[in-house]
Design a protein around this ligand. Structure first.
Ligand code: PEP
Length: 253
């Protein structure tokens, strides 16, 4: 079975102490994850080491950065490289979240560079894609997300693509309380898997975990995750509430 993943995205929330207390409370619940399940915390850079040491004795709990720079190193004041993340023992990095695409003008081609630099540094990208409301209303969401995948991922060889985690996050559902219906999520996930299969074959496509993101809550996670092509979620708001994120982890297939 491909990996089923609950990934928390804290964004720019919580102080260090609040983050530590949140992790303590979640881990104190004693959730035992199965071999094919994984819980990941995408935390602000200054909390990466603390989070790594919180989760390192837990089975299948891990840590992610929320971004990295697309260049190897150099005069980019204030930026963080993939090599730096690797040197901290960070195994995952969120790439191309819609907030970064929108507020920091991250293009599909820049995201291709980020994906490459992560892979060169043994970091698995959690690659985000998803359409804005006007594209959904125009009914062209399938072509829109296909383009995002093609321009940022499809230069990779099959053995690299199979390990990438994809997060489908319709922008109109992020932080809005408006979740995609289970049918909309399943339809898009099946579409994403079919375009990966078209390029790399179905045995590769079947190995790629595709997460849904956009107002996943304790109350809707189990239904969303039950869909055959939904392999868990990337969760913003609800990941800041211990009981809610615990329930979301427990909703994994
Ligand atoms: C996100 O941050 O990727 C996200 C999906 O946020 P929310 O769960 O709050 O909609």
């Amino acid at each position: 079975m491909r990996k089923q993943i609950a990934a928390a995205n804290w964004k720019m929330n919580l102080t260090y102490q609040q983050g530590e207390a949140l992790l303590d409370e979640i881990l104190a619940d004693g959730i035992q994850l199965a071999e094919h399940q994984l819980a990941i915390f995408a935390v602000p850079y200054p909390y990466l080491l603390m989070t790594r040491s919180e989760v390192e004795h837990e089975n299948n709990f891990s840590v992610a950065a929320q971004n990295c720079h697309h260049k190897k190193s150099g005069a980019y004041t204030g930026e963080i490289s993939a090599e730096m993340l690797h040197s901290l023992g960070v195994p995952y990095c969120v790439i191309g979240h819609s907030e970064r695409r929108e507020y920091f003008a991250e293009s599909n081609s820049m995201l291709a560079e980020k994906v490459n630099i992560c892979l060169e540094n043994y970091i698995t990208p959690i690659f985000c894609c998803g359409e804005p409301l006007e594209i959904r209303e125009a009914g062209t969401q399938n072509d829109f997300v296909a383009e995002q995948l093609k321009e940022s991922l499809f230069h990779l060889p099959a053995e690299k693509v199979k390990d990438i985690i994809i997060a489908y996050e319709p922008i109109w559902a992020i932080g809005t309380g408006k979740t995609a219906s289970t049918a909309q999520a399943q339809e898009m996930h099946a579409h994403l898997r079919s375009i990966i299969a078209g390029k790399y074959g179905s045995s590769i496509a079947d190995q790629v975990s595709i997460l849904y993101g956009g107002s996943v809550k304790a109350g809707n996670a189990a239904e969303l995750f039950a869909s055959p092509d939904v392999d868990g979620g990337l969760v913003g708001g609800a990941s800041l509430v211990p009981a809610d994120f615990i329930a979301i982890i427990r909703a994994l297939k």
